[in-house]
Every structure is written in structure tokens, then in C-alpha cells.
Design a binder for this molecule. Sequence first.
Ligand code: SF4
Length: 281
Amino acid sequence: MRDKKKIVVPGRPKKRLFLGLLLSATALWAVVLYALWYIMQPGLGKLQPWLPVAVGSVFAALVGLVLLGILNIVLAINNLPFVRVFQKQSYALINALFPWSVRLGKLFGITRRQLEGSFIAVSNLLFSRQQIRVPADRLLVVTPHCLQLATCPRKITRDPHNCRQCGGCDIGALVALADEMGFHFFVATGGTLARQIVYTTKPQAVLAIACERDLMSGIQDVYPLPAVGVLNIRPNGPCFNTHVDVEAVRRELEKIIIPGTAHRVTKKEAILGPMERKEDQ
Ligand code: SF4
């Protein structure tokens, strides 16, 4: 029998959590850089009188840039004007500071999972802030294999339409949603395959269903492709008979898909990419 303590149902992750720890990690690095500069200063001065100022300015500029990156994210999620071109740099910044944020979070009893959830909330808000709209047939929805009922014999990773929509798991409801709304739907056996599917099918946007860790790495890996994440529900512990709030998925899809662009995705289209429409060729 599975340990009930491992039951994970996503709540509402706090965006401030991630940003607060990102700022704390930056402050920590500012102190480290200052200490480093303070120790190096006499030696640098002996080499060249201008070197302490130059090195100090580089360190200060680095910290200033990081703070500007964080400010840009704060502006974006608060619906204020922000600089879009900095989003890639923001992700690089998040990647660099995330391990430090995790360490700092531990001191305050904040788990890595909570931080990842908070990152996804921030990232999803950045996504909606950009008001991305794509035709249904240029949207890819990817979900992990663990969403399928473990005892189901259907080979849905080859083609989700092999699901007979028996209601035993949420795959059936997602297949029905794909048929209704016209997006491409894939079930991936792992994060690597999910990324491969994204690269080969070349969608205009991605909606991924997964756990915090996979969503966090996946969203960053597929950038600059816009990706929105929906957390899975894990009543049986991680990676086993997981679920998703299908209505939450539908709500997200309705925000992304341009109305009136739905068309039924054929079996061939569901399996093969890329998703180039005739006018793109
Ligand atoms: S809905 Fe039924 S047939 Fe489809 S994957 Fe789940 S258990 Fe299998």
C-alpha cells in the first residue's frame, strides 16, 4: 500500500516565494562579491592603482544587472510595462540562482517543490502577460505517461487515439478535448522524449502537464517557444496513476487557442510532425 504522506495535490503556489528567495540569493551573492573584492583590493592596488575600482565596478554592475532582471519579472507579473527581450536572460538568471534559492529556502523550511511550484506560477503569469494566441493546430499539449492508468494495456504513447476513453484515467478526457478543440496531443514516456516531440513538431506554443520539477526544466528548455504548465495531481505518490484537473486544462486552452481555428487532428497528424500549415510552406 502506498504511503499516504506522499499524496500531492497542487495548491496555489505563491509567486512571492520564488521572487523573494531569488532576491535573497542575489543579496547573498552581493555580500560574497563584496567580501571577495575587499580581500582582493590591496593586492589589486599593488598591480595597478585603478584595478580595485575597475573590479569593484564589474561586481557592482553584475549585481545591478541581476536586480534589473528580477525587477523586470516583478513588473511583468504585476501587469506593468516590462522589457520582453530580457526574458531569455531572466531564465538564465533563474537557472543560475535557483540552486542558491533552494539552499536558502531550506533554512526557512521551504522545500524545493514549493519553490519550483512558485517558479511555474511566475512563468505562467509571464505567459499570460504576453497574451499569446495560436491556432489550435499549432498548439501542442504534452503529458507524461504516468497519467495513464498503470494497468491499461493500450499503447497511447504511439498514438493517443488508441485510448478507448473508458474513463479509467484522464487520458480519455484529454483525447476527447483534443478532438473537440483541435490541438495536437502527445503522451511522452519521459522529459527527453517530450522535448524531442517539441523540437520535431515545431508548434507555436506548448501546454505541458507534469510535476513541478519536469515543468520547471521543460519550460526553460523549450524557450523561446512559449510554454504554459499545468501541475499534475499525485494521489498515489509521484509518477504513478497521476491525474490532472481537465477543466483547468480546458480553461488554459481556451485562453491560448484562437477561437474558430479548431479542426479535428487526424491520426496521422497526431503522430507525425512538424505542424507546418500550408501557408507556412
Ligand atoms: S481512459 Fe481508459 S483506455 Fe484510455 S488510457 Fe485511460 S485506462 Fe486506458
